[in-house]
Design a protein around this ligand. Sequence first.
Ligand code: NAD
Length: 316
Amino acid sequence: MNIGIMGTGYVGLVHGAVLSSYGFNVSCMDVDEHKIKQLSAGVSPIYEPELEQLIQRGIAGGTLSFTSDAQQVVQMSDVIFIAVGTPSKKDGSADLSYVQGVVQTISNYLNGYKVIVCKSTLPVGSSSRIAKQLNGALQASGASFRVDVASNPEFLRQGQAVSDALSPSRIVIGTDSDTARQMLQSIYSIQIARGVPVLFTNPETAEMVKYASNSFLAVKISFINELALLAEKVGAKIDDIAEGMGLDSRISPHFLQAGPGYGGSCFPKDTEAVVDIGRRNGEPLFVVQAQLTRIRNRSRRWLRRLAKRWRRTVAD
Ligand SMILES: NC(=O)c1ccc[n+]([C@@H]2O[C@H](COP(=O)([O-])OP(=O)(O)OC[C@H]3O[C@@H](n4cnc5c(N)ncnc54)[C@H](O)[C@@H]3O)[C@@H](O)[C@H]2O)c1
């Protein structure tokens, strides 16, 4: 099976390199020509353990290639993953301009049935809208084929991206098409055979799983951060509280480390985006909104504390 990846950032590159290591023919496309040159020479623009070795092995074995020729990738691929960025806009909603750009490119070059897979984190309803757009254009041009669009969100963590892609916590596939389901099942057959849980559902649910997971973790971090402030006031030790809580298997010790806020590029933008989705659909997510407010205040408080400490050091 030929696989195309549109966007060779964190997600696209790791995903493409891992799929090529399973023997699929993977072509990674990016508009950043400098990145493509670097990658074609076997140099990874990001550091992730094992990533550069995977890239070099894929290139040497002929299963992995990099190009900025979108037409070639679209026309040669049976399955095309969209893995471009979806940053936050000023109002908190997801900026879909990169995704729109890729969808337009795919639309321009479609030459037969393909499965288009949304790996980028997209607001609910995006996969169905993309399917409508692509199939609408095909119909208008008199084409005798259509495409399927699936949602397959990514859960990798930076710093352990390759091992997460090799052994993900779960695989979520959202599609209403049997053909798309079978093709994605065969793409992930190695992980599925190893016992990785797989959830088949509709595209809207798959899109929500990603936002629900990240916003839940963000709320958990904010909860322990809030508790840390109270602990300080009453003479309790937040690390011991977290340890005591984490020993309960229903709670788990993960994401219970109090700190200035949360790291990573996805939590802030995904929580902002899910709050925006709730607002637009008349179902405000009060809990997630409250943690966004709390995290902003907490980050400001830590900055003030650091500034105070720094001023004291300078004065000494
Ligand atoms: N980074 C993570 O840890 C992570 C984890 C899970 C999910 N995600 C989601 O995955 C998506 C991708 O994130 P990322 O961190 O890999 O993004 P990124 O910004 O690292 O990479 C995006 C790439 O897309 C390229 N691009 C932009 N427009 C293009 C076009 N028209 N055609 C081809 N390439 C184009 C850019 O040049 C860039 O190389 C986002 O929706 C993000 O929320 C990211």
